[in-house]
Every structure is written in structure tokens, then in C-alpha cells.
Design a protein around this ligand. Structure first.
Ligand code: WT7
Length: 630
């Protein structure tokens, strides 16, 4: 695989990827282990929409992540696991051992009737077994749907039912700093409402006593001990589903983004090697949870496909103290560190003593993902963590894109603060004006779209292709619309300016305002609500909720707390509103649409510039909202 190592190699690769995408991607795909080569590199039509890569090709993703590394790397550490509690021993899982564990999971799933195409839900803590689980599914062609273990039981129900999962892989509990999370309890209450689930396999992690339902629930260690350590890899079609991963949308219902085998593998491996310039024997650490796309692509599939050592951390950055990340970097001599701006901003508030205690000299490069990295966080990260020697790659991408799209290439692309810089080879962004015309010049601002497919793009929304079309391909016909605004500067560098739809990015997580609103509305006192984002020092964006109650609450604080708990119960603690303002009305147009622009201004504290409010049904509500801002 030809990875660009200099700027001229990058421009050459980029030029070729646009002039002849088929040749460009075929050369990359050639390096993988295929059971049968493809007939056609790409077939696509963004109007339908339909995208297929490497059609006719047959392969198995796990053979590429495991078997093909065994001759050279059987004893190399594949997963370097750091537990929640620093005194608990580290685990090192070699490629040989990983291969064995993955085969065992595959056999265990088969034993319980799971076949190619069946959906398996994974609701697990950040332990190596979650990777065994994902790859165990992929080994036999089952489709995994990992649900972040911070989501509530209601969210779990929606996700299991939407894709009709047959089996759940989970654990008796999870550690999170000094807390223990009862994830089996969450699963138990979810499964009352999930008729498609036949079996639950439970890993012992916290050894907390849990309720096991006879006939349905089984212990992971019992099952794993009964099966063989070899399992032939299922022959998968290039376009067969690899996994479903849910992400928030503009309506309340989460979207099950579907990723397929070959295209995903090829893009993720290529982007991992290119952006991070990975060289053998380096230790790569992505701090995301496997429940998000960042974890799928850059803890699991990218590093393992590239034969890397991937560090997996079970804990949180602030426990036992604010130096935990830096301690882990020293302890495991991490070379590449990839985290989110929200983590940097929260660690930046702690004393520098937490950083200076540790030797960070192993670091060679730093990465950022999830939202634009603000200047102050960039500077702090660059100076105190990278010691002004490590480039920072600000990687822009989405659950839908599967892998990194616009990003500096480490040591290759000239960095520019707060800019995701340039598209990777194979990525063809366009900036659209308001009327949907492509702006070809530089020094412009508009909406970010793609005019050509890339291998790891999501193929559909599970069970709802029409929604896929409406969400991504109807705003600018013939183009994929990202939902983000952006600027392209005089040098052609991209700067992502944030979402232009009803999605807010809180601590790097994508959340739909509609989903939060419908959760708030479930509180019995609430008649209606409207949610917007506002600038938040640590989280990037915080959640501001305007709430109309049937009757003005007597004890406002009490009701606010109840509303927060309702949201935590329905979606999960990450969606709790930071601020709640009780109002008597919302600014609506005559057609009944909430004017969020006005609410956003109030939430930002910019009440002097509300703009035109004359089209409102009742302009008086604005005065009340302005005066009651919290
Ligand atoms: C949205 C996608 C990428 C995986 C994690 C989030 C925002 C992401 C950046 C960045 C500016 C960014 C965008 C995007 N975003 N990375 N480097 N600079 N914005 O995946 O939950 O699907 O969210 O996150 O708004 O559309 P996601």
C-alpha cells in the first residue's frame, strides 16, 4: 500500500485519486487478503442513492485483522489493556491469543444458532472481550450493533428492536472511576420489551451478583470453555453488512448506520496508516469508547488491520486523579495519542503538576476528533502534552463516513490552528452556497458536501433507505450532504464551523435536539420543550432546554432535577440538559415551526441581536424568554 510520506507524495496521490479513483483504490485494496478478487471497484449513483465498492469480491474482515498477521506477528501485542483501577494488572493480548479468543466467540455464537446476517447487540464495558465480541461476530458474518454502555435501558430497547437483534453480549457490571455500573440490570429491564432476543451471554467483570434468567442468560466463561479455538472465517461478499451503529438524527429516532465489509476495511486501514503515519512497533492510543464510531474504526478495525498495538483504556481521565491519561502514556510508552477536545479542555483546568509528574517523551504525535478544537485547547495540548514537538492532527469525519475524511497527515501537511486542513486522497469535498451551487473558488463559506463516494461511507440506514436518501442526498441532489458548515480559506484549507441542522455536538457526541425534547416531554409536568446548544467551556456545546409546563412549577429546582433524571433514564446521562428555563410560550412562526435561531441567541446570552421577530405568531413570548434566561 502506497502511503504518502511527503507533501508532494500527498498531492500526487490526491491528484490520482480524483483523476482515476478506480485505479487508486484498487491498488490499496490489492494489499488485503481476498478469498476472491472484485469484479468492479465502484458502482454508484447519488440520486438513488446507491453505492457499492469492490463488487463481486469475497473476503472476511477478521482474516485481514488477524490471520494475515500471524506469520509475522503472532507474539506481538495486539491489545494493550489498561484497567479502570491503576493497581489492577494490565493485560497484553497477542495477535495469536486474539485470534483464538475471536474464534471462540464465533463458535459460541454459532452454538446458539447465530448465523451470517443475524444481528447481535453488544452492550459491554471497555474490556478486551468487547473486541473479541465484535470480531467474533465478523468472523461468522453476524452483524454487530454495539450500544455505548452509558445509554439507558430505553435507548437499548429502541436499538435492539430497530434491528431485531437475536442475542446480547454483555457483562455483570462495569467500572467507571469509583463507580460501578449495573449494566446487567439495565439489560434485564430492557429485555422485557425486546421479544427478538433469545439469549444473553454475560461476561464477569465486576463479580457483582446479578439476576440471570434461566433459559435465556448464560455465563461467558462457561460458554467459551466449551467451544473450539479454531473457527473458519465465513466468506463474505464485499457489500455484506459488517455492522450497524446508531447515531442521532434530526427526528427522535436514532439512525442505524450500516457499514459493509470490504469498503470499510480498505478505507479504515488506509486512513489509519496515512493520517497517523503508523510504523511497526508503535503504541497507538485512541481514548474513545468502542460504543462510538471512533472506537470501532481507530481502536479496533484500523489498528488491527494495520497490525498495530492498540491501547484500550477502561477508565476515565479524572480518576483516581486528573493525571490518569498522562500516567498511562508514561506507563505504556504511548507513541500516538488520539483524543477529543472536550477531554483536553477538562484536563486543562487541572494543575499542570498532573502533567509534569510524568515522562511523556514517547509521544510522537497527537490527534483530535469529534468537534472543532478551539485555539486555547490546541495551544495547551501542543505545549504541555506534545512539548511543541508533536504535530496535532485535527481529524474531521462522521459516523456516516466510517473513517477520517479531512485531516492533516502527520509530519506531512502544514498545520493550521483550528483547521481540519485538507481532504485525504480519495475524498472529494465541495462547498455549497445557499442555493445549492458548488462554489469552486477559495476564501468562501458554505455547506460541506461530497461529490464522489469513498469506500467506507455508510450504505443506508438500517430498515429505512428513504430516510437515508432524505437526510443525506436530498439537500443537494447528486451529492452527499454532511450537515456541517465550513470555510475554505485562501490556501484551500478547510475549517469546519459546526452543524447547520438540529444536531448538537456535546463532548464530541452527536445528539439530536428532537430526541432530547421528546425525553423531556415525558416528564408529567411538561407540556412542550425546545432544546438548543450553547457554547460550553468544557463540553464544546452544552444543552439548553426551554420548557413549558402545564402549571408553573412551585419548586423549580426540584422539577428541573426531575427533568434531568427523566432524560438520563430515557437516553442516558450524557443527554441531561445543562440549563433549563421554564417559559410560558415558545417563539413559533405562523406555521407552527419553532424559531430556534432566537432560542440559540438567548442561550448564547446574545439577546441584543435577536434579528427579525416580526414573523412570529406572538412576538411577546420573546420578551419573557429574554428576561428569564438562565
Ligand atoms: C460530527 C460527527 C468523527 C467521529 C466522532 C463523532 C463533528 C467531528 C470534527 C472535527 C470539527 C468535527 C462534525 C461532524 N466533528 N470531528 N475534527 N472538527 N467538527 O462522530 O457523532 O457522527 O459526529 O462531529 O459536526 O458532522 P459523530
Amino acid at each position: 500500500m502506497k502511503i504518502p510520506h511527503s507533501f508532494s507524495e500527498y498531492t500526487e496521490a490526491y491528484r490520482e485519486s480524483v483523476a482515476n479513483p478506480e485505479k487508486f483504490w484498487a491498488e490499496i485494496a490489492d494489499d488485503f487478503r481476498w478469498k476472491k478478487k472484485w469484479d468492479k471497484v465502484v458502482e454508484w449513483d447519488f440520486h438513488k442513492p446507491e453505492v457499492k465498492w469492490f463488487t463481486g469480491g469475497k473476503l472476511n474482515v477478521t482474516e485481514n485483522c488477524l490471520d494475515r498477521h500471524l506469520p509475522a506477528r503472532a507474539n506481538q501485542t495486539a491489545i494493550l489493556w489498561e484497567p479502570n483501577a491503576p493497581q489492577e494488572p494490565t493485560r497484553k493480548i497477542s495477535y495469536r491469543e486474539l485470534h483464538e479468543q475471536v474464534c471462540r466467540v464465533a463458535n459460541m455464537l454459532k452454538k446458539h444458532g447465530i448465523k451470517k446476517g443475524d444481528r447481535v447487540c453488544i452492550y459491554m464495558p471497555m474490556v478486551p472481550e468487547v473486541v473479541f465480541a465484535m470480531l467474533g461476530c465478523a468472523r461468522i458474518g453476524a452483524v454487530h450493533s454495539v450500544v455505548f454502555a452509558g445509554f439507558s435501558s430505553r435507548s437499548l430497547v429502541d436499538r435492539i428492536n430497530d434491528s431485531q437483534c437475536r442475542l446480547v453480549l454483555t457483562a455483570d457490571g462495569a467500572y467507571r472511576g469509583d463507580k460501578k455500573i449495573d449494566i446487567k440490570g439495565i439489560v434485564n429491564s430492557a429485555l422485557d420489551k425486546c421479544p427478538s432476543i433469545e439469549k444473553v451471554i454475560v461476561l464477569q467483570r465486576t463479580h457483582t451478583p446479578v439476576e440471570m434468567k434461566p433459559g435465556r442468560d448464560l455465563w461467558w466463561h462457561d460458554e467459551m470453555a466449551q467451544v473450539a479455538k479454531e473457527c473458519a472465517a465465513e466468506e463474505m461478499d464485499a457489500e455484506d453488512m459488517l455492522f450497524i451503529l446508531y447515531t442521532s438524527g434530526s427526528t427522535g429516532k436514532p439512525k442505524g448506520m450500516v457499514h459493509t465489509c470490504a469498503g470499510y476495511l480498505v478505507s479504515i486501514d488506509y486512513t489509519f496508516r496515512t493520517v497517523f503515519q503508523y510504523t511497526p512497533d508503535q503504541v497507538f492510543w485512541c481514548t474513545a469508547d468502542v460504543g462510538w464510531i471512533t472506537g470501532h474504526s481507530y481502536i479496533v478495525y484500523g489498528p488491527l488491520s494495520a497490525g498495530a498495538t492498540t491501547l484500550m483504556f477502561e477508565g476515565i481521565p479524572s480518576w483516581p486523579d486528573m493525571g490518569r491519561f498522562w500516567h498511562v502514556i508514561e506507563k505504556h510508552k504511548v507513541n500516538i495519542f488520539y483524543t477529543a477536545p472536550t477531554a483536553i479542555r477538562s484536563l486543562q483546568t487541572a494543575s499542570l503538576d498532573f502533567v509534569e509528574k510524568y515522562d511523556l517523551s514517547s509521544l510522537r504525535l497527537l490527534g483530535s476528533v469529534g468537534e472543532p478544537i478551539n485555539e486555547e485547547a490546541w495551544q495547551w495540548y501542543h505545549k504541555n502534552i506534545g512539548k511543541e514537538k508533536c504535530p496535532i492532527v485535527d481529524t474531521w469525519w462522521q459516523t456516516e463516513t466510517g473513517g477520517i475524511m479531512i485531516s492533516p497527515i502527520a509530519h506531512v501537511t502544514k498545520l493550521k490552528l483550528a483547521h481540519a486542513t485538507l481532504p485525504l486522497p480519495g475524498v472529494q469535498p465541495v462547498v455549497m452556497d445557499e442555493r445549492g451551487n458548488v462554489m469552486t473558488e477559495n476564501s468562501i463559506e458554505g455547506r460541506l458536501a461530497m461529490r464522489f463516494p469513498w469506500p467506507s461511507m455508510a450504505r443506508t440506514i438500517y430498515g429505512d433507505h428513504q430516510r437515508f436518501k432524505d437526510t443525506y442526498f436530498s439537500t443537494f441532489p447528486g451529492h452527499y450532504f454532511t450537515g456541517d458548515g465550513c470555510r475554505r480559506d485562501e490556501e484551500g484549507y478547510y475549517r469546519i464551523t459546526g452543524r447547520v441542522d438540529d444536531i448538537i455536538i456535546v463532548s464530541g457526541h452527536n445528539m439530536g435536539t428532537a430526541e432530547i425534547e421528546s425525553a423531556i416531554d415525558e416528564h408529567s409536568a411538561v407540556a412542550e420543550s425546545a432544546v438548543v446548544g450553547f457554547p460550553h467551556d468544557i463540553k464544546g456545546q452544552g444543552i439548553y432546554a426551554f420548557v413549558i409546563c402545564y402549571q408553573k412549577p412551585q419548586e423549580e429546582e426540584k422539577v428541573k432535577n426531575e427533568i434531568r433524571e427523566t432524560v438520563a433514564k430515557i437516553i442516558g446521562p450524557i443527554a441531561k440538559p445543562d440549563k433549563i428555563q421554564f417559559v410560558n410560550g415558545l417563539p413559533k412562526t405562523r406555521s407552527g415551526k419553532i424559531m430556534r435561531r432566537i432560542l440559540r441567541k438567548v442561550a448564547e446570552g446574545d439577546v441584543a441581536n435577536l434579528g427579525d421577530t416580526t414573523t412570529l405568531l406572538d412576538p411577546a413570548v420573546v420578551e419573557e424568554i429574554k428576561n428569564g434566561a438562565v
